[in-house]
Design a protein around this ligand. Structure first.
Ligand SMILES: C[S@@+](CC[C@H](N)C(=O)[O-])C[C@H]1O[C@@H](n2cnc3c(N)ncnc32)[C@H](O)[C@@H]1O
Length: 440
């Protein structure tokens, strides 16, 4: 047998390929990380376990310098490094916040501080942290309207809603920004511009860690749970890892421990939550490949489109689904149509004489073979429709990528989302096919 053709060599090659594919390039030599390291050291934090690196799939993140065992502390960041509303209140902004009526939200206090410190440049003690923050974000609020237009419908609606809310938040904060005039020699309108505010909001939204809520009288009742955690916030998300994270009141450090192990020189991940890809894009501006929580949403309009328009009980059926909270969160996932989607379809497919059984359907009982079969057939039709629609969207995005070079990064993000949705739909179609065969 020729050398390198056997099973062992194949496994070795696959392992090598996998690790070279995800291998990070160390970035600790970069001036911004050298400065950040010095700044952290002054605040009694030195990292023995991790180093900043750039990874092919996930971009900038943290790489392990040693192999990390289950339950081992990954990082323990002292309170003195955290940027919270306490930091803001203790700063030059404190007196202005304390006298402002109605009280400011904790989020606005943090955004204001970030904008003011960024403006201060070299004069800011937070400069080493601000220098490593992204200059721009890819959350939908930052995407061009023509790119938002290409998002799946439910996400598009949420993205537009988020943009409107953020613009209103900015407008309603303008008077407070004006009150800060005595602090600056430049016009406050140019310092607290919408783009500066948007950058600060995205910084908090995509990077803040959760702290136990604090309550201060100078703030409104919105939860005060954000903390910006320099360096620790370089950790990227993986849906497959488990960590224990939180502020330890005894050590007064924000601590993260692994639950699973991590090999030397691999990217260290945390989990931002069991989010599907639409949520990850909305809140964090990225899409996770092979995300087990990813799904494709089916709206009421699509359900109805594939049901017989002659069904006299349709209105009543829809209203039952609404009353029992079965009209939202109907999805296709990697393992086929969700139980909720199939249940909603079974109820909608009840024959007139079966209609009285609707409660049993909601409890998961099988009513008849015909009902099972019709609902699977409709699920398959909806799935095929989505596959066609997704392919059409992918073609449209691809055409736009060729025409709008300046938007290539934004378009690639949207393309990744649709590509993942297509994979889910194809998996679902296969599963539905198998289930349908059982009834033929
Ligand atoms: C807390 S920061 C993590 C560090 C960040 N990559 C950086 O360079 O500053 C969160 C942001 O990182 C990016 N991110 C996190 N996990 C990711 C992943 N699995 N794939 C791609 N980007 C990811 C997203 O832009 C997200 O908004």
């Amino acid at each position: 047998m020729k050398k390198g053709r056997g099973r062992t060599s194949r496994i070795r090659r696959r392992k090598l390929f996998r690790s070279s594919e995800s291998r990070g390039v160390n970035e600790s030599y970069k001036p911004e990380f050298i400065e950040l390291k010095k700044w952290l050291k002054e605040r009694k934090f030195e990292d023995m376990n991790l180093t900043p690196a750039r990874f092919p799939g996930t971009g900038r993140g943290l790489m392990s310098k040693i192999s990390l065992q289950e339950g081992q502390m990954i990082i323990s960041l002292p309170e003195s490094c955290l940027l919270t509303t306490d930091t803001v209140i203790r700063s030059y902004l404190g007196a202005y916040i304390a006298k402002w009526q109605p009280p400011l939200s904790p989020l606005l206090a943090l955004c204001t501080f970030l904008v003011a410190e960024k403006h201060a440049g070299d004069r800011s003690v937070w400069k080493p942290y601000l220098e490593v923050l992204p200059k721009a974000y890819t959350c939908p609020v930052c995407l061009e309207p023509e790119v938002v237009d290409l998002l799946p419908k439910p996400l598009k609606a949420k993205a537009r809603e988020q943009r409107t809310r953020l613009q209103a938040f900015f407008t309603s904060s303008r008077d407070f920004f004006s009150s800060l005039r005595p602090l600056f020699s430049e016009a406050v309108e140019s310092i607290f511009s919408y783009s500066a505010f948007l950058w600060a909001w995205c910084t908090v939204n995509t990077r803040a860690v959760y702290m136990k809520p604090r309550r201060r009288r100078c703030f409104s009742a919105e939860p005060d749970t954000y903390a910006l955690a320099p360096y620790l916030d370089l950790l990227n998300h993986s849906p497959d890892v488990q960590v224990q994270a939180g502020f330890n009141e005894e050590t007064r450090c924000y601590e993260i421990r692994t639950v699973s192990s991590c090999r030397k020189h691999e990217e260290v991940f945390i989990c931002y939550g069991p989010h599907d890809n639409q949520r990850l894009l909305l809140e964090y501006g990225f899409v996770s490949i092979h995300n087990p929580h990813a799904c494709v949403y089916v709206s009421k309009d699509i359900l109805v489109k594939y049901l017989p328009s002659t069904d006299k009980q349709m209105k009543k059926k829809i209203s039952i689904l609404k009353d029992h909270d079965f009209i939202e969160n109907l999805t296709f996932g990697w393992d086929g149509p969700s139980w909720r989607l199939l249940t909603a379809l079974k109820l909608l497919c009840l024959e007139a004489e079966e209609f009285t059984c609707w409660k049993k359907v909601l409890l998961g009982e099988i009513i008849s073979d015909t009902n099972e079969k019709t609902s699977l057939d409709i699920a398959q039709k909806i799935c095929c429709y989505f596959i066609e629609e997704t392919n059409a969207m992918l073609q449209k995005v691809s055409r736009m990528k060729a025409e709008e070079i300046a938007l290539i990064n934004q378009l690639t993000l949207v393309e990744t989302l649709w590509t993942e949705e297509l994979k889910i739909l194809q998996a679902s179609a296969g599963i539905l096919n198998n289930l349908q065969t059982a009834f033929t």
